[in-house]
Design a protein around this ligand. Structure first.
Ligand code: ZN
Ligand code: ZN
Length: 380
C-alpha cells in the first residue's frame, strides 16, 4: 500500500507584478532632497526592494542614472535572473570574488560622486571608517535615515496581494491546528504544527518565531513556546504568520481552554473592545498615535493601563516590524497603502494574557483587514 502524499502538487501561485522599477526613481527624489548624488544600500532587504535580489550578501549603489549591485560569485546567475525577472533592466551586476575586488568595483561605481549617502542605521562604525579612509576617500559621506524604508511603507497592488496571501495561509493553518488546543498538547507541539502547516499550504516559512504561550506564560507577551502542556483554564496566546515571497503576515488570537474565570472573561472582553476601537481608528490621515490612543483608552478605562506592556502595532511588509510604528510616541500619519497591525493586550501573571492582533490595510475609503481568523475565544 502506498501512502497518500502529504504535500500538495507544487503549483506556485502567481501574484500581480510589483512595480520594482519605479522604486529607484522614487528613491532618487529622496536623494535629491538630502542633496546626495548616490546612495550606498547596505541593508539587504532594501536591496531586495529596489532590485528583486534575495541573496545573503551584496551592496547596491544607486546613482542618478544607474543601479550597480556588487555581490560575490555564489550569486552570479541568481542576481542576473532576479533583476531581469523584476524588470530592473537599467541595473548592472558586478561580481567580486574577494573583498578587495568588491571594494574596487564599488569604488569604480561611485567614481566622480561628490556626496555619497550611507544608510546610517545599517552601517557599522568599522565599515564607516573603512569607507571613509579606503573605499570612498574622494566622496563626502552623508548619513541618511530611512530613505528606502520610507518608500516601503506604501505597498503597491503586487505587495498587497502577497501580504494578503500570507495572511490567508496563516488563517487556514490556524483553522486546522486550533482544535488541537483542547487535547492537552505542549506549546512547542502546537508551534511546530503551525509552522509545518503554513509550509504545507505553500508559504516559504513562518514569518517569525511562532509564539504559543499558555497559562502563566501567556502573561509574557513574547514567551517562547516550550514543553508546558496546555490545560483546562488556560488562556493561550498564539501569535504567528506566514512568509510569501519575502512578505510577512502577522496575527494573534487568544483561546480559552474550558470556561474562563470572571477576570479572564473580562480580559477577553476588554481586549476585544480595545482592538476593535483600534481597527476602527485606522483611516488615512489619522495619526498612528491616535490608533494607539483608541486602544489604550479602553484598557485604561478598565483599570489595566499597567498591564498593557507594549506598543499597539507596527507596519508589516518585507520586514515583520517596519514603519510606521503605532505607539504612544508615534509621529507618523497613516496614508493609503500603509499596512499596520493593531495588537493590544492585557497581561496579568495570576490570570494569563490576552492579545488580539489583526493586520490592516489603509484604503481610500477606510481600511481592510488581511487577517480573517475568527476571534471567538472558545473552542467549538
Ligand atoms: Zn504578531
Ligand atoms: Zn505584530
Amino acid at each position: 500500500m502506498t501512502a497518500t502524499p502529504a504535500w500538495p502538487a507544487p503549483v506556485p501561485p502567481t501574484y500581480p507584478a510589483m512595480d520594482v522599477v519605479g522604486r529607484a526613481a522614487r528613491l532618487r527624489e529622496g536623494l535629491e532632497e538630502v542633496g546626495c548624488e548616490a546612495l550606498l544600500v547596505n541593508r539587504l532587504v532594501n536591496t531586495r526592494y529596489l532590485t528583486g535580489f534575495t541573496g545573503s550578501a551584496g551592496i547596491l549603489v544607486v546613482t542618478r542614472d544607474e543601479l550597480v549591485l556588487v555581490t560575490d560569485g555564489r550569486y552570479r546567475d541568481q542576481a542576473e535572473e532576479q533583476l531581469a525577472a523584476a524588470g530592473v533592466e537599467a541595473a548592472k551586476v558586478e561580481i567580486g570574488q574577494t573583498a578587495a575586488e568588491q571594494q574596487e568595483l564599488l569604488t569604480t561605481a561611485t567614481a566622480g560622486i561628490g556626496r555619497l549617502g550611507l544608510e546610517a542605521a545599517h552601517v557599522s562604525w568599522s565599515a564607516q571608517r573603512r569607507y571613509a579612509e579606503d573605499w570612498f576617500p574622494d566622496a563626502e559621506l552623508v548619513a541618511t535615515e530611512g530613505l528606502v524604508e520610507r518608500l516601503r511603507q506604501h505597498k503597491d497592488t503586487g505587495e498587497l496581494a502577497r501580504l494578503a496571501a500570507a495572511a490567508a495561509l496563516a488563517d487556514s493553518a490556524l483553522a486546522t491546528v486550533r482544535p488541537r488546543l483542547g487535547e492537552g498538547p505542549t506549546e512547542a507541539e502546537i508551534a511546530l504544527e503551525l509552522d509545518s502547516e503554513v509550509r504545507r499550504l505553500g508559504a516559504d516559512g513562518a514569518s517569525f518565531e511562532t509564539i504559543v504561550a499558555s497559562g502563566p506564560n501567556a502573561a509574557k507577551p513574547h514567551a517562547r513556546p516550550g514543553g508546558r502542556r496546555i490545560e483546562e483554564g488556560d488562556l493561550v496566546v498564539i501569535d504567528f504568520g506566514a512568509l510569501v515571497e519575502g512578505y510577512h503576515s502577522d496575527m494573534t488570537r487568544t483561546t480559552i481552554i474550558g470556561s474562563p474565570s470572571p477576570t479572564q472573561q473580562r480580559m477577553l472582553d476588554v481586549v476585544a473592545a480595545s482592538q476593535a476601537a483600534g481597527v476602527a481608528a485606522v483611516v488615512a490621515g489619522t495619526g498612528c498615535v491616535d490608533v494607539d490612543h483608541a486602544c489604550r483608552g479602553v484598557i485604561d478605562d478598565a483599570g489595566w493601563e499597567a498591564a498593557f506592556l507594549h506598543g499597539t502595532g507596527h507596519g508589516v511588509g518585507l520586514d515583520i516590524h517596519e514603519d510606521p510604528r503605532v505607539g504612544r510616541s508615534s509621529t507618523a500619519n497613516l496614508e493609503v497603502g500603509h499596512v499596520v497591525t493593531v495588537e493590544p493586550g492585557v497581561y496579568l501573571p495570576e490570570h494569563g494574557g490576552v492579545r488580539i492582533e489583526d493586520t490592516v490595510v489603509v484604503t481610500a475609503t477606510g481600511s481592510r483587514l488581511l487577517t480573517h481568523a475568527p476571534k471567538e475565544p472558545n473552542l467549538p
